[in-house]
Structure formats: C-alpha cells, structure tokens
Write a protein that binds this ligand. Structure first.
Ligand SMILES: NC(=O)CC[C@H](N)C(=O)O
Length: 351
C-alpha cells in the first residue's frame, strides 16, 4: 500500500503505508530516541503531532503494552525509515497499527525530512495512507490549523477525578495528559495520589487537603491550559507546586512569565542538561515550547539548562516551594540520570 506525506512548504515524499487507509494532519516533529518507540507514540503530549523517528529502524522488539504511557497511540501518525518485519515480540508495529486503525508511513528519507525541519523549523504536514497524490497531501498540510490553535488537553485529560491510594504524602495531580510513568514514580515513593481533570478549580483541589500540587506533561500550547494556570496562580504559596514539562510551562505562565514556540523543539532520550552545580545529566525530553527566562519574575532560580542551546530546563522558587523541570525525570523510555534526583528530592522536600 502506498502512502504520501506532504509538507506545508510544498515538499512531499512517497513511501509505504502503515496501518489503515486514511488521512490526517498535524505538526511533523522528530525524535532522536533509538528505543522506546511505543512509550513515545502513546505519550499524550504527542497528541496533534505526526511523530517521526530519526533512528533508521524502529519496531525491532514489537509492541508490548507494558511500555505504554496511556491506553493507546496518541500521536496522530508515525513516520519511519524502516519498520522491523521480524520483531522479537508480536504484534509488530505494522500489525498493531492495522489492528487499531492507525496511520503511518515507512521507507521514506527521514534524514532529509529532519534536516529540513531543523533548517526551516517545524512544519505542518498531512499523511495520506492509500494514495501517492503529493499535491493533495501538500494542499491538506497547508489547510491544517497550527498546533497552537488546537484544544488538545481535553482529549487526553481524565474526565473524572480518581485516586491511587498510598500511605505517604498526598499529591493533587492536575492531569493535562499524564504519562503513566509519572504516576508510577510517585506511587513508588508511597504517595497518596489524587488525579484531577484539567478543568479542576482551585477550591476543589484544596478541598482534598493536598500536601503538594503537581502539574503534568501535556499536548499543544501551554497557554491553552487556562484552568491549570489559574490553579497555580491561586494556590502557589499555599501549597508546594511541582511541575514536569507542560507543568513547568504552566507554572511560568501562572507566575506572569511567558513561553515561546521553539524552532524545532527537543525530543529524544539523549538530551543533555546541566544542573546549577555544574553536573551534567542525560534526559528524556519531548517539548516544542520553552520558558522564556527573561520573563521569569524575581525569586525564580534557573536550576537546569539544556547543554545544546542553553534554554531553561528547570527552575525553582524557594520562597513559594515551587520545583519544576522541562525534561522527563520519569524517563520512560530513556536514561534514569535524574529520576532519583528529582523525585526523591522533591518528594522528601514536601513539608
Ligand atoms: N511533554 C510535554 O508536556 C510537552 C509540553 C508542550 N506540549 C510542548 O510541546 O512544549
């Protein structure tokens, strides 16, 4: 089966279709991870985006639900150079995509598409599986709305609050599309976890008498997380605040800071960050927006920076007991350099 991927700049590539016939549009983003393809595809932060892997072969260990970060694939589509036909575990990625009505394309030059993305910046794209009509794919890409116009959080946040009981500190989690491994990392530290939908009001959260407020990762532009921003604005100071990925962006916005869209973002399991004591850690990342350091109010201390481009990867506000990071310390998949550092330190630090 043929498939074609068209970009808003007029380029298109024809390859082999993966999954089922159909059409979809979204931002084309690339990840440099070599493994952990199912963790990435099921990460709710990828909602609204077409995920391309730069590693030339993916799928060599098939699909195992234990690796899922949510109940299924959240990326709009998959782009790969080659997908293994003989994985060590069944089903294969191609079989899983077919059984679940998902869209993808393989046998395309992902290196060239990545160089283009890095050169001109992230582009909107359309994938048509079952066709090689490049002009149509380019037309659809141009007609697709930009990521920042999409309301994606509601599609991945829980509908009702739920609890994962534990004997430890009570954490109110605002679910903007939480990765399972974040909840698992809190559970491993005995936390009593109360998960709230993204629309939770500050008094609803405080009625649960939490020891800390936790803002999760999530898809799209953080400025769309209006209720979470309000929660942090009203509750910062009254309760410790912890944030990961979209969480740090929401905290920055709540404090009066700003976020901006990066040229092509950071996605992969090999992103180096420097802690303020000079030590370096390798982290998992998946973000296309970043906190604008210049706009952070007084009292914010930048704790981590990306080694490649110097952007903010973490900040703290000691006076308000706020700790947040842009990378993923839960590292699923990826290196666990920062897991102990972040979760243990932050969890123990909750009064
Ligand atoms: N993983 C995340 O939480 C991503 C946050 C936001 N959607 C971004 O792309 O920057």
């Amino acid at each position: 089966m043929k498939a074609v991927l068209g970009l808003e700049d007029g380029t298109f590539v024809v390859g082999s279709g993966v999954g089922v016939e159909g059409i979809c549009s979204g931002e084309l983003v690339f990840s440099t991870q070599m493994t952990g393809y199912m963790e990435a595809l099921t990460d709710p932060s990828y909602a609204g985006q077409i995920l391309m892997f730069t590693y030339p072969l993916i799928g060599n260990y098939g699909v195992d639900h234990q690796n899922f970060e949510s109940s299924g694939v959240r990326a709009r589509a998959l782009v790969a150079r080659e997908i293994s036909r003989t994985p060590t575990t069944k089903p294969s990625v191609a079989e899983y995509f077919e059984e679940n009505g998902l869209l993808g394309i393989s046998d395309v030059d992902t290196r060239n598409l990545t160089i283009k993305t890095r050169t001109v910046g992230t582009l909107r794209a359309s994938l048509i599986v079952g066709s090689d009509d490049g002009d149509e794919a380019v037309r659809c890409a141009r007609a697709a709305p930009p990521l920042s116009d999409l309301d994606l959080i509601a599609s991945v946040s829980c509908r009702e609050p739920y609890r994962i009981s534990g004997p430890g500190k009570r954490i109110a989690v605002i679910d903007l599309g939480v990765k399972r491994q974040i909840l698992a990392s809190l559970r491993q530290r005995d936390a009593d976890i109360l998960v709230f939908p993204h629309t939770a009001a500050p008094d609803e959260v405080m009625a649960a008498e939490p020891d800390a407020l936790f803002i999760t990762n999530g898809p799209g532009d953080p400025r769309k997380a209006v209720d979470a921003i309000r929660c942090v604005r009203e509750l910062a100071g009254a309760v410790p605040v912890i944030g990961i990925c979209m969480g740090i962006q929401v905290v920055a916005l709540a404090l009066g800071g700003e976020t901006y869209k990066m040229k092509f973002g950071h996605r992969g399991t090999n992103q180096p960050v420097r802690y303020r004591d000079g030590s370096i850690a390798i982290t998992t990342q998946n973000h296309g927006f970043a906190v604008d350091e210049e706009t952070l109010p007084e009292g914010c201390v930048v704790s981590y920076r990306n080694v490649n481009d110097g952007t903010v990867e973490g900040f703290e506000v000691p006076d308000l007991n706020i700790t947040c990071v842009q990378f993923h310390p839960e590292a699923h998949g990826g290196p666990r350099d920062t897991e102990m550092h972040f979760f243990d330190r932050v969890y123990r630090g909750i009064p």
